[in-house]
Design a protein around this ligand. Structure first.
Ligand code: PLP
Length: 401
């Protein structure tokens, strides 16, 4: 049956992870995989998560199914994060019951269910992603049967956002199509829109009848929880219908619990309920029902003022460590004699930046120095620590020469 089947090319990031694990050099540095690491190079379980888990172990008395759309408490917790009270327009959306949220296995699950829903509800719609974007977006959307196009986003020559190019591209997207936007901490460039730019994009999407699908995988990693929801809330002022895929992998450190959510915003309560029932139908035909543990942790934290405060402090600590590594990295490269200006890295947000290193330099760093970077030159700043920074910057300056 499978005699003519060829293996897939494989995901280069997963291959990089495997190569890193297999490398026996004790001073190896992983700037590839997209997980947060602390000063010890460890991906910790948050203390707030541990406390919530202890509470759940004590109080949970059943493992029964939780239904395709998951636990309503999780949905409400996610909506609180996406639509904080400082954004008045969004408060009205919630009051008018124009918002509904289904729990999903990770942000990837949310993106896939959202794609299945688009395929079902808007069969003619094509989806447009930024160039570049998280590589898995293509896999997810194409697997759901969607056609994927791209819009301009990155100005490689100046390592900056090509906002004029982005607007020009979006002007050509047909009405009824869907545009994927990163809420914050754009992966892979680390370049986000400012408030004024979100307003311009919102007005354009509204005028052209295009629906935004927002990927929110790093809420709280850029400027702060409420600040990072700014783009979502500005778009909600313009667009009656939106989809938002949310991941709790990074901001709660719950990577392998696979917890995320798909939120739909619709023009009115009826439409929101109709869309929610279609989303639940897509889930039922896919994995039937989501796992519970991660969702129970997130809703326990959000619904306890004490745990929520503790989690927000832990999130703030992760955010400031990343920001500090960005600044230290830029400074250290200059100290090590880099001829190029890497100041742009300190200006970007989230875990990722395009370093400007080419594939040959990336290979050389891996071979000579056990430094693992994605072939595109994308680096995970969270993989840097004060103790590996000297060696890292010296090696980079060496391959730049
Ligand atoms: C932009 C983006 N969206 C979605 C995801 C998916 O996250 P999850 O691990 O929750 O599926 C990631 C993970 O790296 C991501 O970078």
């Amino acid at each position: 049956m499978f005699a003519t089947l060829q293996p897939t090319a494989g995901d280069p990031l997963l291959a990089l992870m495997t190569a890193f694990k297999a490398d026996s050099r004790s001073d190896k540095i992983d700037l590839g995989v997209g997980v947060y690491k602390d000063e010890e190079g460890h991906t910790p379980i948050l203390a707030s998560v541990k406390t919530a888990e202890a509470y759940l172990l004590e109080t949970q008395d059943t493992k029964t199914y939780i239904g395709p759309a998951g636990a309503p408490a999780l949905g409400k917790a996610i909506e609180q994060l996406l639509f904080p009270t400082i954004y008045t327009t969004s408060q009205q959306l919630l009051a008018d019951n124009r918002v509904a949220t289904a729990q999903t296995p990770g942000g990837t699950g949310a993106l896939r269910v959202g794609a299945d829903f688009i395929h079902r509800a808007l069969p003619k719609a094509k989806i447009w992603v930024s160039n570049p974007t998280w590589a898995n977006h293509y896999n997810i959307f194409e697997s759901a049967g969607l056609e994927v196009g791209d819009y301009r986003y990155y100005d490689a020559a100046n390592q900056s956002l090509d906002f004029a190019g982005m607007l020009a591209s979006l002007q050509t997207v047909p009405a009824g199509d869907v545009v994927l936007l990163h809420a914050c901490c754009h992966n892979p460039t680390g370049l986000d829109l400012n408030a004024e730019q979100w307003h311009q994009v919102g007005a354009l999407l509204q005028e052209r009848g295009i629906m935004p699908f927002i990927d929110s995988a790093y809420l709280g990693f850029a400027e702060g929880l409420e600040e990072d929801a700014k783009g979502i809330n500005i778009l909600a002022e313009y667009c009656a219908d939106m989809l938002i895929a949310c991941s709790c992998s990074k901001n709660f450190g719950l990577y392998n619990e696979r917890i995320g959510a798909l939120t739909v915003v619709a023009a009115n309560k009826r439409d929101a309920q109709a869309a929610f029932s279609q989303i639940s139908y897509c889930i039922r035909g896919n994995y039937s029902m989501p796992p519970n543990h991660g969702a129970a942790i997130v809703s326990t934290i959000i619904n306890s003022s004490e745990l929520r405060q503790q989690w927000q402090q832990e999130l703030a600590a992760m955010r400031s460590r990343i920001l500090s590594m960005r600044q230290q990295f830029t400074q250290k490269l200059a100290e090590c004699g880099a001829q190029r200006d890497f100041g742009f890295i300190a200006e970007q947000r989230g875990m990722f930046s395009f370093s400007g290193l080419n594939p040959a330099q990336v290979t050389q760093l891996q071979t000579d120095d056990a430094i693992y970077i994605v072939g595109s030159g994308r680096i995970n700043v969270a993989g840097m620590t004060s103790s590996n920074l000297d060696r890292l910057c010296q090696a980079i300056v060496r391959v730049l020469d």
